[in-house]
Design a protein around this ligand. Sequence first.
Ligand SMILES: [Mn+2]
Length: 247
Amino acid sequence: MKFDIIGDIHGCYDELILLIEKLGYSMESGLPVHKDGRRLAFVGDAMDRGPNSYQTLLFLFNMQDHGLLLYSPGNHCNKLYRLAKGNKVQQTHGLETTVAELEAIPPSEKIQFYERYRRFYEALPLYVSLDDRKLIIAHAGIRENMIGEPFSKKVETFVLYGDITGKTHPDGRPVRRDWAKSYVGTPWIVYGHTPVLDARFVQRTVNIDTGCVFGGKLTAVRYPEMEIVSVPSLQPFFPEKFTSFDA
Ligand SMILES: [Mn+2]
């Protein structure tokens, strides 16, 4: 089975559709269909910050309803889930844009959305394992020794937030270790979460969050070819949002 894994969308629905079509899928039926039977997969964080989180999520719900969804939830997905459950969460870091979209639709649809979103999230795995565990899709990455381990808070935190130290930079961003550098496993790890200008390959890992919502591009990686396919962002460019790593 061949897959096309798409990076962090963050409500950039127009770029998503352009990328899906560039990857060779037909959207005629409303669902992505590829003539070679390829499947789409996602590294998560489909919502928040961008212009069209609601439509992006309706698209993913439709894929899930048809048994087609391969999606590794991210920290933004988790936060929206906690909100959908009625927990008190801070409406910051982009969640406020999704909430504003939901406030603009009829209240009955909004209630329906939150109910549907809870089911969406509860049906997701913590990360996606494909091709006999030769391909792992995990939002912020995963350590080799965590693959196949039973659910734990520790693994969940790593997959959702990455290898955080608990410290923050002066501007408030969390300090994260570069876990990919020490990854020596055989499975390919496809992840996102940290915006980079270009897809970043390190060992058998690739970060495909190329910051579409910050004016970069929306990127997919083809598996098993490990080729990169991108479409340019339609959003304004904020260079300071991108992380650069030493080689
Ligand atoms: Mn994220």
